[in-house]
Design a protein around this ligand. Structure first.
Ligand SMILES: Cc1cc2nc3c(=O)[nH]c(=O)nc-3n(C[C@H](O)[C@H](O)[C@H](O)COP(=O)(O)O)c2cc1C
Length: 324
């Protein structure tokens, strides 16, 4: 099985990706890391902060391929961005057809692009007719409201040389709630000639193993919240070795220090770290006792004290099955 670290805005930036590779090297690293999306304007301007995040010189600890992701509905703008990314040395770009956010969907981008299959078809026709200098993968949901929308969408995807189709089998209206629609995923798998990567709610090594048994044809899974919650999940899935307290502590401390340095503010680093702890707390038994204090910790000294208590007092679980 191959493992991809999902793009997650506000979490899987260059700091997180590099730290993950450093603390979980070899079998513990993902095969590919995906950067949160960049969204080029029609004047071909990209938010400098987002661009900085994918500059190859910031991709420390090279050797593991990073795949940048683009959120875009205009073929010309997409091709421009793909050309820029190819010039930076990237070999693959991922098209975001999954973002469920209301503002994105209202613009017909992300999962909103799935509402207009004719436009999507036209987009791919223009993109692939231009012989893009870089492989194109797609990360998609099943549709807007009804999973049965996916049949006709898959027929469109299948007509193009898409390098990999990453399927998150929820519809836009599900957001991240409800169970992934596995029956529709299974049907899609049987009906496509494209290489498929599965994404959605694989949070433990046991769940990954059960998925691999149920879908032996699938060669790759993308892990998001489960891998944020338990950064040792890839190693555990590959080798059976669970995450240990010293490595987890060192990783969380390194993230905190590196964000403090990157933001020039420990207070901002605390806010960023709370995003990670939202998921990682469930790795600790009895975390409910410290959850409120951690969430309220605003000052660096408060944050550091609660994290110290978490690691000193709470038993570490073998898996993060409670991820939400
Ligand atoms: C906070 C957050 C940010 C996300 N940002 C992105 C993003 O930039 N691009 C994207 O394709 N998906 C994004 N996603 C979706 C994840 O990549 C993934 O598809 C989703 O979390 C489901 O997988 P999981 O159940 O393994 O977490 C985001 C999800 C969350 C919760």
């Amino acid at each position: 099985m191959q493992y991809r670290f999902a793009p997650m805005e506000g979490l899987t930036d260059a700091v997180c990706r590099a730290a993950h590779r450093r603390f979980w090297p070899g079998a513990g690293s993902a095969d590919r890391y995906y950067a949160p999306f960049v969204s080029p304007t029609k004047d071909h301007i990209v938010d400098p902060r987002r661009l900085r995040d994918i500059l190859p010189e910031n991709e420390r600890n090279c050797g593991v391929p990073l795949v940048p992701q683009v959120l875009c509905k205009n073929a010309g703008d997409f091709l421009w961005m793909a050309g820029e990314l190819a010039a930076m040395g990237y070999r693959e770009v991922n098209l975001n057809l999954g973002c469920p956010s209301g503002t994105v969907v209202a613009k017909g981008k992300g999962a909103g692009f799935l509402r207009t299959p004719v436009l999507l078809d036209h987009f791919f026709e223009q993109v692939f007719a231009a012989a893009p200098p870089i492989a194109i993968s797609v990360k998609t949901r099943l549709g807007i409201a009804d999973p049965e929308e996916f049949g006709p969408l898959l027929e469109i995807f299948d007509r193009y040389p898409i390098a990999e189709l990453i399927i998150h089998p929820r519809v836009q209206k599900d957001l991240y709630k409800n169970e992934p629609r596995m029956e529709v995923f299974g049907r899609a798998l049987a009906n496509t000639r494209l290489p498929v990567c599965y994404n959605g709610s694989l949070n433990t090594a046991g769940q990954i193993a059960a998925f691999a048994r149920a879908y032996p044809a699938v060669q790759a899974v993308m892990l998001g919240r489960g891998l944020i919650a338990n950064p040792g999940l890839v190693r555990q899935a590959r080798t059976g070795v669970p995450t240990d307290r010293p490595t987890l502590r060192a990783y969380m401390d390194a993230l905190y220090e590196e964000y403090a340095a990157a933001f020039g503010s420990r207070k901002n680093a605390v806010r960023r770290m709370n995003g990670f702890w939202n998921y990682s707390l469930c790795l600790f038994d009895g975390h409910e006792a410290l959850e409120k204090r951690l969430r309220r910790a605003d000052e660096p000294w408060e944050y550091e004290a609660v994290v110290g208590q978490i690691f000193a007092q709470l038993p570490l679980r073998q898996d993060a099955s409670g991820v939400k």
